[in-house]
Write a protein that binds this ligand. Structure first.
Ligand code: ATP
Ligand code: MG
Length: 647
């Protein structure tokens, strides 16, 4: 893409914080000025809220940019900030309410979590795992996945969590790239009442040549598994005779905490490497301020630990703040489409953090499901993963938040480690669809193709001008690719690959990936804005648009639309939707074609895969589909697209 992105969509609704929220919030307006006046001092102050073995003297070492290093001479073990320090006063506080998909439940207090982490850390050591090793974790959402991550951190082994929905091949590739010598898995995972055979996938992934020497298996679904006595260990046997204390390894602030592969929608997955001290500083600070966390909150992040959201906002951020969290093992539609609301009501969830893809699915399922449950415990809502369309924001606000809960739309990436752009709920006036402002200490700007800052009201590329503590340190095994992908587009700035515009107040509106921007008659048009205009129509739950080659306009906009509930699409509705887009954002953005579909192709993390829709629109061979969650829908759309009406 070259040139600025058009600013087409206008949204005027505003939601200032209530007086109650403003008065009681953890973060007040002054936090911005403080961070602005002394960014490094601000981050050092945030870092000092953690437990350090050796306090750091150096805040930032930028001598080898872009390989920035934070708090370099400090040492710590992140599990002491997440567990040990809470025990003296809060050992009986609940860390996790866990709910299995079949309905079984467990609770873990901070003492119990600490003890289990120590037992497994000792167990890992006893079978030969130690500092410097990398452990692959391929599990469902059982409490042991959190235990396994923390046990690795306890003994100074890096973890590499691979989402349990990935195939054996994807696991094999990630194990090889990180040279994992150990895998922690489960016999199986529950998904919509069926068993996903995790252990079987591990067996296939390490068959033949593999660096893996040992596999630890948590018993969950009790399905039959193949067993290698020399290699495999039951988790319950590994922890059985271990003491509930474990000396934590002293780690340098810059040592590797974990590797996490981005979903890899294009090319070879990138092993994003995160550090100890800087990472924990970023996630602990943002969790406290963005979610306005208080001791009495019941917090629920619906992500999977296989994604960065699970790492930062199920495990490290909440535990560093002594939060009580809910973890749910299964899918939102099992056994009914109201499972989430039943969970919110049962545990009295006060803070809910979920993804736009889930919200749009709930819109499709209808308001009756949340309406059946008492959601009055909720006080704050969050969104992450994709731009949230203003209409989805409004639906979330009204039908889940009872029109009383602020929504924090949080923009960040696997690479950034922690939230980068987001409202602070006691400070920021919310606007549906805007992530609003960079977090204090984050130096984000919107620039044009030359890297010059775009004035308010303009659209361009999001960039970050200064390093921040939780940033990725490198791409595992490929420092050149790190420099190339993130630091070569603009001189001295981090380039995340997303488009963004600002408004008159300087608030940020994310516009989706730069790779997805469409070029129509010389105008760069963001997918996000056209999709939001479509979702603005009362019949539409979800929409995706892509640019398709067009002899007249360069590209023409092809739209794929999912309708709410029982609504059926016809030619009349197609005309109506095209007209709606034209009035909402302008005739230039009118889709040339609209296809109705029951669902959209999504990654396993739930994001719309526009690349495949482009292939369909261009009637090309489909590209790599290994990260696709719902393969059936692609064929359905392809046959539908062939018969759709166009003009
Ligand atoms: P890959 O990099 O492998 O293609 P991915 O980018 O989907 O995968 P993540 O790191 O989980 O993997 O997602 C980060 C991206 O998600 C951001 O770059 C942005 O495009 C999008 N995103 C996340 N949160 C928001 C948000 N609140 N608003 C807009 N976009 C968001
Ligand atoms: Mg990405």
């Amino acid at each position: 893409m070259s040139g600025a992105i058009e600013n087409l969509f206008h949204e005027d609704r505003q939601f200032p914080p209530s007086d109650d929220f403003r008065r009681a919030a953890n973060a007040r307006e002054e936090i911005y000025a403080r961070a602005e006046a002394d960014r490094l001092g601000f981050w050092a102050e945030e870092a000092r809220k953690l437990v350090w073995r050796t306090p750091f003297q150096t805040i930032l070492d930028d001598s080898d940019a872009p390989f920035y290093r934070w708090f370099t001479d400090g040492t710590l073990n992140v599990t002491e900030s997440c567990l040990d320090r809470h025990l003296e006063t809060h050992s009986a506080k609940i860390a996790f309410h866990w709910e299995g998909e079949p309905g079984d439940t467990r609770t873990l207090t901070y003492q119990e979590l600490h003890d289990e982490v120590c037992r497994f850390a000792n167990g890992l050591r006893s079978i030969g795992v130690g500092k410097g090793d990398t452990v692959a974790i391929y599990m469902g959402m059982v409490p042991e996945i959190v235990v396994a991550m923390l046990a690795c951190a306890r003994i100074g082994a890096a973890h590499s969590v691979v989402f349990g929905g990935f195939s054996a091949d994807a696991l094999r590739e990630r194990i090889a790239d990180a040279t994992c010598t150990t895998v922690v898995t489960c016999d199986g995972a529950w998904r919509r009442g069926k068993v996903v055979p995790l252990k079987e996938n591990v067996d296939a992934a390490i068959d033949g040549e593999s660096p893996v020497e040992r596999v630890v298996v948590v018993r969950r679904t009790e399905n039959e598994v193949e067993w290698s006595d020399a290699r495999d260990h039951w988790y319950h046997e590994v922890v059985a005779d271990q003491p509930a204390t474990c000396e934590a390894e002293e780690m340098g602030a810059e040592d590797l905490l974990y590797i996490l592969y981005t979903s890899g929608s294009t090319g070879k997955p990138k092993g994003i490497a995160h550090s100890q001290g800087g990472y924990l500083t970023g996630v602990a600070s943002t969790f406290r301020n963005v979610f306005d966390h208080r001791d009495e909150d019941i917090y629920w992040c619906t992500a999977d630990c296989g994604w960065v959201t699970g790492h930062s906002y199920i495990v490290y951020g909440p535990l560093a703040n002594r939060a009580t969290s809910v973890i749910y093992e299964g899918t939102p539609d099992h056994p009914g489409q109201d499972r989430f609301w039943e969970v919110v009501a049962r545990y009295g969830v006060t803070i809910l953090y979920t993804a736009p893809t889930a919200i749009r699915t709930f819109m499709k399922w209808g308001t009756a499901h949340p309406a059946r449950h008492d959601l009055s415990s909720l006080r704050l809502l969050g969104s992450v993963g994709e731009p949230i369309n203003p209409e989805a924001w409004m639906w979330y606000h009204e039908h889940i938040g009872g029109s009383r809960c602020p929504i924090v739309d949080t923009w960040w990436q696997t690479e950034t480690g922690a939230i980068m752009i987001s409202p602070l709920p006691g400070v920021t006036t919310l606007k549906p669809g805007s992530a609003t402002r960079p977090y204090p200490g984050i130096d984000a700007v919107i620039v044009d193709e030359e890297g010059n800052e775009v004035p308010p009201g303009g659209g361009g590329f999001l960039a970050v001008r200064s390093p921040w503590p939780s940033m990725l340190r490198t791409i595992h095994g490929d420092p050149e690719r790190y420099r190339e992908v993130y630091w070569s587009r603009f001189d001295g700035m981090y380039f995340p690959g997303d488009g963004c515009k600002s408004d008159e107040d300087g608030d940020f509106w994310l516009l989706g990936r730069v790779d997805d921007v469409m070029l129509v008659s010389g105008h760069n048009i963001s997918t996000t804005e056209v999709e939001s205009a479509l979702v603005d129509h009362h019949a539409v739950a979800e929409a995706a648009v892509v640019g398709r080659t067009d002899p007249r306009t360069g590209q023409a906009i092809a739209a794929f639309v999912t309708l709410k509930g029982e609504t059926r699409g016809d030619d009349g509705l197609i005309d109506e939707l095209r007209g709606h887009v034209a009035t909402k954002i302008g005739p230039i953005a009118k889709p040339a074609s609209i296809v109705f579909t029951a669902d959209l192709p999504k990654t396993r993390s739930g994001k719309i895969m526009r690349r495949l829709l482009r292939d369909i629109s261009e009637q090309r061979q489909l590209g790599d589909v290994t990260t696709l969650a719902n393969a059936e829908i692609v064929e359905a759309i392809r046959s539908g697209a062939a018969s759709s009406s166009e003009d």
